[in-house]
Each structure stands twice: as C-alpha cells, then as structure tokens.
Design a protein around this ligand. Structure first.
Ligand SMILES: NC(=[NH2+])NCCC[C@H]1O[C@@H](n2cnc3c(N)ncnc32)[C@H](O)[C@@H]1O
Length: 417
C-alpha cells in the first residue's frame, strides 16, 4: 500500500492527466507527430510531456499540441460573458455621457427616427440596450409608434424610467430592466433598433444579444437598425506612436535605453490601440471594406470567425507602420426605395467616441508608390471569454521596382484576451 506522499510523487513525475481543454485559436500541424485543430475544438490532453507540448487526442486522432493554444474547459470560467463587470460599467453615467456626447453617433440615430417618422406610425419598436433611453425618447417624441420597448439590463434603467416620465413619453415607451435575451414581451416587434457597436465593430459582442432577440422577437419582414455594418481597413503611417513608444528609448537624456525596445514592443504594440485618431494624410492607400454584415441574415455562429481579404496599391511613398480599422453602419429606410442613412466612424468622417483602431506591425517598412500590400484579416472570437476576440492580419508586400522582393508576415492581436 503506497504512502500518500509516494503516490503523489508518482502522479507528479508522470504528468499523466486526462483532461479536456478548449482550443483558443487554430493550429496547423507542421509535422506528422503534431495534431491540428480549430479554435473552439475540445481536445483530450493525456500527457503534459513538457511545458510547451502536450500529447492530446481529438476525434480519435493523437498528436502533440502547443499548450499555449489551449485553455482549461469552460467550466473553469465562472463567467464567460463577464456580465457582472460588463453591466456595472454601464450602471454609472460615465459611459452614457461619453455616448450621448458623441454627436455624429446620436444625431444619426435621431435622423433615422425623423426620416422614418411617418412609416413608424402605429409600429412596435424595441430599443435593445437603450441605456438612458435616448433612442426610445426620439421615437416617442419625433414619431407616433404604437409602443416602444426600452430594454436595459444595467441599473441605469432606474434613471431611464424617470427620463421617460420627464419627457412625457410614458404612454408609448415602456422600460424593461432585463437582459434582452430573458425578456417576455406582449408582442413581436416591427423594428429592432440598437446601438451595439464596440471597438473594431464587434468587441463586447453585444451583437450576439441583438441577433438572438431578432430571431425571437422581430416580426418576419421586420427592420433591423442598423440594417448592415462594414469593417474598413487601410495601411497607414503612425510616426507619432512609433516615435513616442519605440524610438523614445534610443537616447534618453544621453543614455541608451534601447534594450527596453523589445519590452516596449510587447507592451505597447502587441494589442490593438483603440481610440486612435488616424490623420487622413497617414493613409498610404485607398481604404477598403474587408468585412460586411447583413443584420437581417447574420447568424450567431457566423460571429465565431469573420475574415476578409484586402489588396492595397500604395498611393504615396512613406513608412508602413501598421493598419487602421474602423466601421460604418447603415440604416435602411422603412419606405420602399427610401435612402439609407450611414454612421461612418472613419478618418474622413466627423470624429466619434470610437475613433479608429490601430494595429502596429513589429517594425516599420519603407514603401514606395506602386508597391502592393495584399493579405487577409480574421476576427476570431475567443471561445472562452465570449466578449473578446483576436484579430489576425496576414500581409505580403510586393515591390513595383523589385519583382523578386516579397515579404510575408502575420500578426495576431488579442482584443483583449
Ligand atoms: N455600443 C456599445 N458597445 N455599447 C452601448 C450600448 C450598451 C448598452 O446596452 C446595454 N446592454 C448590452 N447588452 C444588453 C443585453 N443583452 N440586454 C439588455 N441591455 C444590454 C448595456 O447595459 C448598455 O447600457
């Protein structure tokens, strides 16, 4: 009969485990002894052979897998949506003040209601994630809907009730303090309006709530506002960011701090920089749409992985420091053939509280007019932390003046896990 301590030693030395792990991202095997997998796959790990490589099984296939790509099963994660923290950030006025102060954002939604006011007469509207209820109040004051369901899960809903009364909309607007997915409503709705967009369009993944509520409560033929959304990308210069975060260390009061540059690279450039204000003069090419979403047909499963290709021709010689992304949303008219309205958060439009998102590469690259930058961007939702994603940019540069030159790289940016 082994003593307890001995049995523990045997267990520790062998590292034999049989435990389920979830793949955080795709892995393509580079050898016959390795096992490929896709983000979200469940792997059975039999042995942690060493720190970096484990022996695992997936659907009857065995092989070595990189431990860095795996996470303990979801049961480990007490709150994959982090709703407690998420809704408490919306319980105070700070974020609502920021959003209400964003004139292009708020004015666009007001314009949508005004330009559809006749068609909204007698309609039932849901404002999902209404916050202080501004969109619901626009509906109640600028149109004559039959009813507006103002749905808000955070404690700000207490204030929303008062704002509805103060603005004399209580006979049309009803506030529901609830997660929209948990709602029981008196009827389906004709219009589902929401301002759900996060950094890089999808961060927070509130969009999943919008799609689930659409599938449950939007009438057939009902209208989604926004009706569609697109993500744009452009190769860009970022001299100020590169100088302040990287060159800064080269000569500090006459001292050489350059050994810190790899640390600075990891700390400042390994994740996207949001609220980046891109100067149009720093665009090295004409931006392009890399991802387009139709909010009437998009499914929750589509959100796991979205990707798009790009091909830029450099229009001005300069330094390629990275890529900048932003989104636009479009609001189709309730009137047949009516014109759509657009909320554009890009560098050529009036600045919004989102501004743009900068992805810094691992080193500046000189580019000449006529060079070609092609590649793909992939938004991979985090299979564990459901409000997070990673953005992978693969790019290759071909030089107009040197057909033999071709540099290909890829970089993955967690947002934020
Ligand atoms: N554009 C964004 N990135 N965020 C702005 C809207 C977010 C508002 O919607 C609320 N909200 C978010 N998700 C939900 C939900 N599932 N149910 C109800 N309210 C929600 C949240 O509490 C906040 O007041």
């Amino acid at each position: 009969m082994l003593e307890m301590s001995e049995s523990e030693n045997i267990h520790t030395n062998s590292n034999i485990i049989t435990q389920e792990f979830i793949a955080l991202e795709d892995f393509n095997a580079t050898g016959a002894e390795q096992l490929s997998f896709t983000a979200g796959d469940t792997l059975l790990v039999h042995e942690q052979v060493c720190t970096d490589w484990w022996w695992a099984e997936r659907s009857g296939c065995f092989g070595y897998v990189p431990s860095a790509f795996l996470h303990r099963g979801v049961e480990d994660v007490e709150d994959a949506w982090q709703d407690e923290e998420y809704f408490s950030t919306y319980g105070t006025l700070k974020l609502h003040l920021e959003m209400l102060s964003d004139r292009p954002r708020t004015e666009t939604y007001r314009q949508v209601i005004v330009s559809n006011s006749a068609a909204l007469r007698g309609k039932v509207v849901m404002d999902l994630g209404c916050g202080t209820g501004i969109i619901s109040l626009f509906c109640g004051r600028l149109a004559q809907p039959a009813a507006v369901y103002a749905v808000e899960a955070s404690s700000v809903a207490e204030h929303t009730e008062k704002l509805v009364k103060l603005n004399r909309c209580e006979d049309v607007v009803t506030v529901f303090r609830s997660r929209a997915e948990d709602l029981m409503l008196p009827s389906k709705v004709d219009v589902l309006v929401s301002e759900w967009m996060g950094n890089c369009l999808l961060f927070e993944f509130m969009v999943e709530s919008v799609l689930r509520v659409r599938d449950r409560w939007l009438k057939d033929g009902g209208m989604m506002w926004p009706s569609s959304a697109s993500l744009s990308l452009v190769p860009c210069q970022a001299h100020a960011d590169y100088s302040q975060k990287m060159e800064f260390w080269e000569n500090l009061y006459g001292l050489d701090f350059s050994c810190l540059q790899p640390v600075a690279q990891e700390e400042f450039f390994s994740k996207p920089k949001f609220s980046h204000q891109l100067d149009p003069d720093d665009c090295l090419s004409t931006p392009c749409n890399v991802i387009s979403l139709d909010m009437h047909t998009l499914s929750v499963s589509d959100l796991e992985k979205l990707s798009g290709e790009f091909r830029f021709t450099i229009e001005r010689s300069g330094t390629l420091h990275g890529f900048t992304a932003w989104f636009s949303t479009f609001f189709h008219s309730l009137d047949e053939g009516g014109s759509s309205l657009e909320l554009n958060t890009g560098p050529h439009a009036e600045s919004t509280h989102w501004k743009q998102t900068l992805f810094m590469l691992d080193g500046p690259i000189g580019v000449e007019e006529g060079d070609c930058v092609g590649g793909a961007i992939t938004l991979q939702r985090n299979p564990i932390w459901r409000r997070h994603m990673s953005i992978t940019i693969e790019w290759r540069i071909k030089r107009r003046n040197d057909p033999t030159f071709c540099e290909e790289k890829t970089k993955r940016f967690p947002m934020w896990r």
